[in-house]
Design a protein around this ligand. Structure first.
Ligand SMILES: NC(=O)c1ccc[n+]([C@@H]2O[C@H](COP(=O)([O-])OP(=O)(O)OC[C@H]3O[C@@H](n4cnc5c(N)ncnc54)[C@H](O)[C@@H]3O)[C@@H](O)[C@H]2O)c1
Length: 442
């Protein structure tokens, strides 16, 4: 066994304070790569681990594959020797801090799939050395750090909080958000012993402006899943209002705009064709699953999921109604979809509700084309489509233009001017001047 430093905490704290600690990041995706850059910028040497060999090569060549990480910034840090990537997990022995940023998906039965967290933890456990700090950033249910990771890490005889340190610090990155980035987004840190909490808080404080400490890893885990549940529930609430407004013949956008003028007691959420991405559709189910262990039924989560998952069908139905009002059927109708990313101004199609809308329209015989300036090829859920240029001819050719994501760089005045009819599920045409009789909002 490796020799334990006489005071592992003091030793690690000193290295964190003078930034000589080497930081290992397992999983260089949407979360791991921006964090690697932020750590590198503050002067830490970062060793990134990914099992995707292409990503490893790209990082080492200084080429970014994540939109929020400029190639120039990454390239400079790689040239300075501050960031390096590898697929060789034996090199975990070189690092003082390990940050885990691997995926936490759901399996086909909507149950947590912690296989990535578990395999990373086993890889770390095999090379664990005294004085290391392990921090899990992946979103997960309360109990993952203590119940799943800690026993694996302690199996070799080292003890959490004494010989090594273990914490959970959920990532809150909001891809595409220009105002709040990794650096200026408050970071919650939780650990189940005081030494681990102190080490993790010190580590994050070096890089992130404000660190919020909570007294257990479970509290930190629950904080993150609650945040995403809060969004899922509030989006479901405005989506449900949309369904009601449709029946009442009222414009939900007008009602929401008016409601959000109240300066207190309310906050803006907007309807859409459903929820997407790696977080909102998935994370609440982590909590729902764990709650069952306590014989507890998280009713808001179930209801929000049900409403949000019904939105693609509502969009398909509304498309059919609009075509029918114009004397057309869906079968054979040309639909030009604008935006397939799961939200505005990002290049991430994962779990995008557009995939389901496209599927529903295509299976009923529609002739689908799409344009997305950020997604040249769309392969979600068995689709294989390429983005079309947004020419006047392409717009005119469509029987209906369906806006599913409101990317800001799309020329909406031109879309409205050329289109026969537009179904706008995001109110992306809000600022197009004029009467817009051919635009129908969700
Ligand atoms: N994307 C977001 O906006 C966001 C925001 C907050 C939290 N999160 C959470 O952060 C976690 C990571 O999400 P992401 O979007 O960065 O995922 P991602 O798919 O973009 O990146 C994960 C990376 O981990 C790598 N990987 C998987 N298993 C590995 C292993 N055993 N060893 C080394 N590398 C491995 C993959 O190759 C991939 O490059 C998830 O739990 C997610 O829910 C994501």
């Amino acid at each position: 066994m490796l020799e334990t430093p006489s005071n592992p905490l003091a030793d690690l704290m000193a290295r964190i304070q003078d930034r000589s600690a080497v930081v290992g990041i397992v999983g260089l995706g949407y979360v791991g790569l921006p964090f690697a850059v932020e750590k590198g910028r503050t002067g830490f040497r970062v060793l990134g681990f990914d099992r995707n060999a292409t990503r490893v090569e790209q990082v080492n060549a200084g080429v970014s594959y994540i939109k929020d990480v400029p190639t120039g910034t990454l390239g400079e840090l790689v040239r300075q020797g501050l960031i390096e990537a590898t697929g060789d997990l034996d090199r975990l022995a070189e690092v003082d801090v390990v940050v885990i940023c691997v995926p936490t998906p759901l399996n086909r039965n909507l149950m947590p799939d912690l296989s990535f967290v578990e395999s990373s933890t086993r890889a770390i456990a095999r090379r664990l050395k005294p004085g290391q700090l392990i921090s899990l950033e992946s979103t997960t249910y309360p109990g993952t750090t203590d119940e799943l990771m800690q026993p694996i890490l302690e199996a070799g005889g080292l003890r959490a909080g004494v010989d090594f340190f273990l914490a959970h610090s959920p990532e809150r990155v909001d891809p595409g958000n220009q105002r709040y980035t990794t650096k200026n987004t408050n970071k919650v840190v939780g650990a189940s012993d005081p030494a681990s909490l102190a080490a993790a808080a010190a580590f994050y404080r070096q890089t992130i402006q404000h660190v919020v400490q909570v007294g257990s890893a479970r509290a930190a885990e629950l904080t993150k899943v609650f945040e995403n549940t809060f969004r899922a529930v509030n989006i479901a609430l405005v989506n449900e209002l949309t369904l009601l407004c449709d029946r009442m013949g009222l414009c939900v956008w007008e009602v929401l705009d008016a409601a959000f003028t109240k300066p207190f007691g309310i906050m803006p959420f907007y309807p859409g064709p459903g929820v997407g991405g790696h977080c909102i559709p998935l994370d609440p189910h982590y909590l729902e699953w764990k709650a069952r262990e306590y014989n507890f039924n998280t009713r808001f989560i179930a209801l929000a999921g049900e409403i949000n998952r019904s939105m693609p069908e509502f969009v398909a139905q509304k498309t059919m109604r609009i075509l029918s009002d114009r004397g057309l059927g869906l079968r054979g109708a040309r639909i030009l979809v604008l935006g397939v990313a799961y939200k505005n101004d990002i290049d991430d199609p994962r779990e995008s509700p557009s995939a389901e809308v496209l599927h529903l329209l295509a299976e009923r015989g529609a002739d689908i084309a799409y344009h997305d300036p950020h997604i040249p090829r769309f392969t979600e859920h068995g689709h294989d489509l390429r983005s079309r240029d947004l020419t006047a001819e392409e717009i005119r050719k469509a029987d209906l233009v369906l806006i599913l994501t409101g990317h800001t760089q799309v020329d909406y005045p031109r879309v409205v001017a050329e289109a026969k009819v537009v179904l706008d599920t995001r109110n992306a045409t809000r600022n197009v001047p004029g009467g817009k009789p051919n635009v129908i909002l969700l």
